[in-house]
Design a protein around this ligand. Structure first.
Ligand code: NDP
Length: 286
């Protein structure tokens, strides 16, 4: 019997990731022979570690914080949505007829499944309406890049990007300006007008921090979504609840949905996400 195909998630930090559990469940469900592990690599060793992984026969990687923008340059071919985003969260070895692992490792597809994952989670798992709503996106890093086009595709009344480094936010607003009503600002310019949906795509929760948010951006009608997920509420979801928002959501569903999209790219089969999401939710509550 041949060895199982090798996959992993690469990031820094990455030990908290639930992706190995999710992909193990997907593999069981769909009877795929594969392994999925975590690789902790900082910015200096990221490129070499990725190249090494593929040169040694690895089949695919998920790329997480802080490498999504750097990963773009490591792909030899980009899917249209990765190209549009300017960020990659999935790398796949292109299957082909090359004889050696070295030759095959020269063909790596870069995709971005974050946006599809967020849209599915919001629409299907949480029944959140985006059309005609005012949406505020916190952050302008790799995760934010991946979700802007899919969010605009859902026709919000407007999408405002806010970031500490305003230049990064402005770059994104320009990059996606052809897709809908979009603006970029810094935190000091956030007024006190409430948004229908506030999405935290910053890495602040990962560090136990809260972006500098004025209280008025959240009302009793606001839905507050943190892409970060964990056992406990995040500083952002706690903050939003204290301000009496309608509901808070953590990014566990997005994680499962984007994983399913990556799995489909790698293995050509679509796993069932609902059962894995409920198992994961129960695990976090236990
Ligand atoms: P990046 O490192 O690419 O970007 C980080 C972003 O966070 C930047 O916009 C940065 O602002 C901002 N930021 C960091 N700390 C703070 C802070 N204290 N206050 C305000 N802004 C801050 O990370 P990613 O975009 O890849 O990931 C962001 C988050 O999204 C992570 O927590 C990650 O776990 C989560 N995520 C979850 C997914 C899921 O499936 N649930 C999928 C993808 C991401 P600046 O530019 O000013 O430095």
């Amino acid at each position: 019997m041949s060895n199982p195909d090798r996959y992993a998630v690469i990031g820094h930090p990455v030990s908290h990731s639930r992706s190995p559990f999710i992909h193990a469940r997907f593999a069981e469900q769909t009877r795929q022979s594969m392994t999925y592990t975590t690789i902790d690599a900082g910015p200096e060793e990221f490129a070499a570690t990725v190249r090494d992984f593929f040169a040694q026969g690895g089949k695919g990687l998920n790329v997480t914080v802080p490498h999504k923008e750097t990963a773009l340059a490591l792909a030899t071919e980009l899917t249209p949505r990765a190209q549009r985003a300017g960020a990659v969260n999935t790398l796949a070895l292109r299957s082909g007829k090359a004889k050696s692992d070295k030759a095959r490792a020269a063909h790596i597809i870069g995709d971005n499944t974050d946006g599809a994952g967020l849209a599915r989670d919001l629409l299907n798992n949480h029944r959140v309406t985006i059309a005609g709503r005012r949406v505020l996106l916190l952050g302008a890093g790799g995760a934010a890049r991946g979700v802007i086009a899919p969010l605009l595709g859902l026709k919000p009344a407007e999408l405002i990007i806010v970031n500490r480094n305003v230049i990064r936010a402005r770059e994104l607003a320009e990059r996606f300006s052809d897709l809908g009503k979009l603006a970029a600002i810094g935190y000091p310019d956030l007024g006190n007008e409430p948004y229908d949906l506030v999405i935290n795509a910053t890495a602040a929760s990962l560090a136990g921090e809260l972006p500098a948010l004025p209280p008025g951006i959240v009302s009793a009608q606001s839905i507050c979504y943190d892409m970060y997920y964990g056992r406990d509420e995040t500083p952002f979801t706690r903050w939003a609840q204290q301000r009496g928002c309608a509901r808070t959501i953590m990014g566990l569903g997005m994680l499962v949905e984007q994983a399913a999209e990556s799995f489909h790219l790698w293995r050509g089969v679509r796993p069932d996400t609902a059962s894995v999401l409920s198992e994961l939710t129960a695990q976090l509550r236990a």
